[in-house]
Design a protein around this ligand. Sequence first.
Ligand code: ADP
Ligand code: MG
Length: 318
Amino acid sequence: MQQLSEFAIIDRYFKQQTTSRSDVVLGIGDDAALLQMPPSQLLVAAVDTLVAGVHFPLQTSPSDIAYKALAVNLSDLAAMGAMPAWFTLALTMPESNPVWLENFASGLFKLASQYQMQLIGGDTTRGPLSVTIQVHGFVPPQQALLRSGARPGDLIYVSGTLGDAGLGLRAATGQCDLPQPARDYVLQRLNRPTPQVELGLLLRDYASSAIDISDGLLADLQHILDESGTGAEVHAGQLPISKVLGESVPREEAVRLALSAGDDYELCFTVPPGKENAMLEALKKINIKCSRIGLVTRGSGLDLKEFSEKISTGYKHF
Ligand code: ADP
Ligand code: MG
């Protein structure tokens, strides 16, 4: 197979992008990028690594790997209420295969161009497949959505539906057989999660706290509770479950996935009761479905209603 040099790879696959931002003073090609910040905004930075066999099954297509690597980072920006702008890419791969790279770049820039994000640099190395993306975005001071802002009495909401990616992982790894189009739907949810960027921007005006759901609702909501010094009551009966998930597994199992499976990349956020109506009106305009699932309480701990069994939460690397 044809092997490309490091510089040929960068030139051919990563310099070609449709987004060209005026705030990128100097992009790919020098020792570092030069970037112009908008006046009086904070820089929001986040980084996430996807390791083959850990974060995605080995047979995942390169375009899905790239798409997801950027999407999970965009999801972190969304959870901060940030406007996306730039990203860097550190790519480690076992060989330089042109077909693989072409496919990888197409998934990457498909999502990047949707958010007018520009790739501004990176690093290219040989080794076991691993993709690290760092994203940069902006938020006005005082408007960032933090994990620490929830207060007793606030209402707990989640966007979209939960548990679909968990079922997608089972489908991708041969643990369950689904008919079409259910299989395509859950694989799409696993491999091409939609980062809730627009919702994050809207929530600047309403939410008291937010987090994105990467490790499962219970695990991630617990981070809000820990950082805010509060407890919560969550109603299993109010969890948003897609038609596909509801029809594919028994109810108990759907709820279990919605509570504990990761990879959905929806937002979980809290809203002071006085802002709820205005928020619901604003949500209608952007046509994003959000569901109220519980209440922030005094004290500590998460009180799960309408579900009896104990759930183990969150994937932990160490
Ligand atoms: P250096 O040795 O100074 O770190 P490199 O040879 O690693 O420079 O990279 C050369 C240029 O190409 C730099 O501007 C770097 O940011 C960019 N670059 C390297 N790899 C990637 C990549 N995977 N995606 C985007 N830009 C990259
Ligand atoms: Mg380098």
